[in-house]
Design a protein around this ligand. Structure first.
Ligand SMILES: *[C@@H]1O[C@H](CO)[C@@H](O)[C@H](O)[C@H]1NC(C)=O
Ligand SMILES: *[C@@H]1O[C@H](CO)[C@@H](O)[C@H](O)[C@H]1NC(C)=O
Ligand SMILES: *[C@@H]1O[C@H](CO)[C@@H](O)[C@H](O)[C@H]1NC(C)=O
Ligand SMILES: *[C@@H]1O[C@H](CO)[C@@H](O)[C@H](O)[C@H]1NC(C)=O
Length: 300
């Protein structure tokens, strides 16, 4: 019974992550460290009451640790690999690829895979924490950040333009260059497209529904997005949970350039659709359809 209760108490957080999946956090946060450095892996996930046991796997093989904390005090190259953990009521976590290296300079990153909007921290770290100066960070071979002393840099909100291979160089006794590391940023949702339920142009009196269509990353399928609708510079709807906007009976004055925006609840990721030119045609007595522009000469 308490097993079921515990499952029910573990409610999803805004549908953002799979609640039954354990999560590994690294302390310090780097997925690569030098040999002899220290790193702690923490496992968090739903547990039945009174049972803290955690299972750890390295390259798919169980390792002899049953606490939620797995400490490596002096890392060895042979401890590199894919770590996963699992708690009493969880499914195994996503893997953390931990790399233990011997080199002069190491570009450390806080994760290899990101979802758009998450921060990415990079650190250019020298063997035995020797000081390095005039640090350059590169993405795909192109330097994008210079740092005279501080060798850490954070991209506050990642987007797909941050995909690529990163490395760094820094000045110690010589100029050293790190190996490259690949960073993948997954799009949280696609750029929305505004579609009309009827083919365009519309006729006066038409009922039309505008849909702000976007596709969520499958693993975030439950995430609630908020939608805004605009015509020209005028706001029609500001951040509503509904992705649809209805014009009950179109008038010629409703003609214009429509666009929509989709945004996450925290406002961290916001995307705007291209414009949809919506034209509403008036109907003359003789049944000929004419646009407003074509009508102008008649009015003059
Ligand atoms: C679970 O962990 C807490 C502290 O983290 C400890 O006090 C408690 O004794 C542990 N329970 C079991 C069953 O290991
Ligand atoms: C785990 O797998 C990786 C990649 O296949 C390998 O380099 C590493 O040595 C393995 N680690 C262990 C502890 O077997
Ligand atoms: C991605 O983020 C950078 C800032 O880090 C920004 O300049 C750029 O416009 C963004 N690209 C997209 C497609 O949002
Ligand atoms: C917001 O969306 C709800 C349905 O999700 C709808 O009933 C409501 O009318 C919308 N509000 C506006 C201002 O469009």
């Amino acid at each position: 019974m308490w097993l079921l209760t515990a499952l029910l108490l573990w409610v999803p957080v805004g549908g953002q992550v799979d609640p039954t999946k354990a999560v590994i956090t690294l302390q310090p946060p780097w997925v690569s460290v030098f040999q002899d450095e220290q790193v702690t892996l923490l496992c968090e996930g739903p547990q039945p009451p009174g049972d803290n046991s955690t299972r750890w796997f390295l390259n798919g093989t169980a390792i002899q640790t049953s606490t939620s904390k797995y400490s490596i005090t002096a890392a060895r190259v042979s401890e590199s690999g894919e770590y996963r953990c699992q708690t009493g009521l969880s499914v195994p976590s996503d893997p953390v690829q931990l790399e233990i290296r011997r080199d002069w300079l190491l570009l450390q990153i806080s994760s290899r895979v990101f979802t758009e909007g998450e921060p990415l921290t990079l650190r250019c770290h020298a063997w035995k924490s020797k000081p390095v100066y005039n640090v350059l960070f590169y993405q795909n071979g192109k330097a994008f950040q210079f740092s005279p002393r501080n060798s850490e840099f954070t991209i506050q909100k990642t987007n797909t333009s941050h995909n690529g291979v990163y490395h760094c160089s820094g000045l110690g006794r010589h100029r050293y260059t790190s190996e490259g590391v690949t960073v993948t940023v997954k799009e949280l949702f696609s750029v929305p497209v505004l579609r009309a339920s009827l083919s365009l142009p519309l006729l006066e009196g038409n009922l039309v529904t505008l849909s702000c269509e976007t596709t969520l990353l499958p693993e975030r399928a439950g995430l609630q997005l908020y939608y805004s609708f605009y015509v020209g510079s005028k706001t029609l709807v500001d951040r509503n949970a509904s992705s649809k906007y209805q014009i009950l009976a179109a008038r010629r004055e409703d003609s214009g350039s429509y666009w929509c925006e989709a945004v996450t609840e925290d406002g961290n990721v916001l995307k705007r659709s291209p414009a949809l030119e919506l034209q509403v045609l008036g109907e003359r007595e003789d049944g000929l359809l004419l646009t407003r522009e074509k009508r102008l000469p008649f009015l003059l």
